[in-house]
Design a binder for this molecule. Structure first.
Ligand code: ATP
Ligand code: MG
Length: 391
C-alpha cells in the first residue's frame, strides 16, 4: 500500500489534441514546486496527476501543489491492489483516524467503479463497505445527506484508491501555456492581484516598476520587490525592470498643465512598458486598473491612457469592486505587504485637482511640449533589472 496525493485538473481535459501538452506542463510545474523537498515521484495516470508520498511530509506536498495554476483539487489517498477485504480494512482505518482526529460521528461511502470488469456495481460496493464500517466502529452512523466524512472508494482496473479529503486549488491553466505578458507593478493592492490573475491563465509574467528615487525611498522599492517575490511564488521567478520616472515627472511639471500630471505620467509609463515588452518578447501589458477607482481610471482616462500604446493591455480587475480585489489579495497573500505605508511615484507632484475627463487632443498637445522619445530613451538607458531569484 502506498500513500499518494491525487491531483485533479479541470479545463485541461477539454483541450482535445493539445491535452498532453497542458498535462506535461502541469506535471513539470508540480515537480518544480516540490524541488525544495527533494524529488518525490510525480506521474500522470487516469487523467490525473499523482505524487508518491514515500518519506515526504504529505502536508508539505499539498501546501506547495495548492499554489500551482491548473490544479483544481487535491486529495491525500491510499493506493493499493484491488481487493475487497483490503478496501474494507483501509476504509476502517481511514474512518478511525478521522474519528480520533476530528471526532466525526457520521459517514457516507461514495464508490466509483471505473473498471466495469469488477464484479460489484458502485452502489453495492458502498453498501457492503458501509455495513462493514457499522459493524466495526461503534461510535459512528450513516448520514447520506450531510455526513461529517465522505469516504471515496475508487476501483480502477487493478488499483484501488481510498480518500476522504478534498483540498481546493486555484484552477486556471499551467504556466507557460499562453505566452508572456509584462505587468505594471506598483506597490499598491491591485497590480499584484492583476498579475496573479493573468498568470493563472497560464501566462508567464515579467514586471516593470516605476519609482521616483530619491523622492520615493529605498524602502518603497523593497516593498515592491517583496510583492514581486510573492507573485513569483505562484507565477514562477521573473525579472523586474525598474525605471526612474523622476526626470520625466520633472519635465511634465515644468512644461505641462498641473492637472494633467497624473494622466501624462500614466501615458509615459505605458509607452515605456510597451517598449520593454516588445524588446523582451512580452505580447501584452497587464495593469491593475479598475473602472472609476481613481481619477486616472475613469472610462475617459482609460481611453487616453490606452491610446498611448498599440500592444494589447489586459486589465483583469476592470469590473471588480475594491472589496473583492482586497479579498483576493488576502487570499493570495499580497495584501499585508501592499498596505505598508510607503510612498508611490504617483504621489510625487500629485495634482490637487487631476483631470477626470481628459481629452485626447488636449493631452497630445501637451505631449508636444515635451521631447517624448528622448525622455523615454534615457529612462530606459538608466533602467535597472532585478530577478526575483535575487530577492
Ligand atoms: P495599485 O493598487 O496597483 O497601485 P492604484 O489603484 O493605486 O493601483 P493607479 O496608481 O492609478 O491605481 O495605477 C493603476 C495601475 O497602473 C496599477 O494597477 C499598475 O498596474 C500601474 N501603475 C501605477 N503606478 C505604477 C508604478 N509606480 N509602477 C508600475 N506600474 C504602476
Ligand atoms: Mg498605485
Amino acid at each position: 500500500m502506498k500513500d499518494v496525493i491525487i491531483i485533479r485538473y479541470g479545463e485541461i481535459i477539454l483541450k482535445g489534441l493539445n491535452k498532453k501538452f497542458f498535462e506535461d506542463k502541469l506535471a513539470k510545474h508540480i515537480r518544480h514546486a516540490l524541488v525544495d523537498l527533494g524529488k518525490p515521484k510525480v506521474y500522470k495516470e487516469h487523467s490525473r496527476i499523482y505524487v508518491d508520498v514515500d518519506d515526504y511530509n504529505p502536508q508539505e506536498i499539498i501546501d506547495r501543489v495548492k499554489r500551482v495554476f491548473g490544479v483544481v483539487s487535491i486529495s491525500p489517498a491510499k493506493r493499493f491492489p484491488v481487493d475487497m477485504e483490503e478496501i474494507k480494512k483501509v476504509v476502517i482505518q481511514e474512518i478511525r483516524e478521522k474519528v480520533e482526529k476530528y471526532g466525526v460521528k457520521t459517514f457516507k461511502i461514495e464508490s466509483k467503479r471505473a473498471d466495469k470488469k469488477f464484479p460489484m456495481k458502485s452502489p453495492e460496493i458502498s453498501r457492503e463497505i458501509g455495513g462493514f464500517v457499522l459493524q466495526n466502529i461503534e461510535e459512528i452512523s450513516v448520514d447520506v445527506h450531510r455526513p461529517d466524512i465522505s469516504v471515496h472508494v475508487e476501483v480502477r482496473s487493478d488499483t484501488a484508491f481510498v480518500h476522504s479529503e478534498k483540498i481546493e486549488g486555484f484552477g486556471g491553466l499551467p504556466l507557460e501555456t499562453n505566452g508572456k505578458a509584462l505587468l505594471l507593478l506598483s506597490g499598491g493592492i491591485d497590480s499584484p492581484v492583476a498579475g496573479w490573475l493573468v498568470g493563472k491563465r497560464g501566462v508567464e509574467i515579467e514586471a516593470i516598476h516605476f519609482h521616483s528615487y530619491p523622492f520615493t525611498s529605498e524602502r518603497a522599492k523593497e516593498k515592491v520587490m517583496d510583492l514581486a517575490k510573492i507573485v513569483a511564488s505562484y507565477c514562477g521567478e521573473f525579472k523586474i525592470y525598474s525605471i526612474n520616472l523622476l526626470p520625466i515627472q520633472k519635465e511634465i511639471n515644468e512644461k505641462c498643465p498641473e492637472e494633467e500630471m497624473t494622466i501624462l505620467s500614466r501615458r509615459f509609463m505605458m509607452k515605456i512598458a510597451e517598449k520593454i515588452a516588445l524588446k523582451f518578447e512580452c505580447d501584452a501589458l497587464v495593469t491593475g486598473e479598475s473602472i472609476g477607482q481613481v481619477a486616472s481610471q475613469t472610462v475617459k482616462s482609460l481611453h487616453v491612457t490606452n491610446a498611448a500604446v498599440n500592444i494589447p493591455v489586459f486589465r483583469p480587475l476592470i469590473a471588480m469592486d475594491k472589496v473583492d480585489i482586497i479579498e483576493l489579495a488576502k487570499k493570495i497573500g499580497t495584501y499585508e505587504t501592499s498596505i505598508l505605508p510607503f510612498e508611490d511615484c504617483c504621489t510625487v507632484f500629485l495634482p490637487k485637482h487631476p483631470v477626470t475627463k481628459p481629452k485626447l487632443e488636449k493631452i497630445l498637445y501637451s505631449e508636444e511640449l515635451l521631447d517624448v522619445e528622448e525622455l523615454i530613451e534615457s529612462a530606459i538607458d538608466e533602467m535597472e533589472v532585478i530577478n526575483t531569484l535575487e530577492i
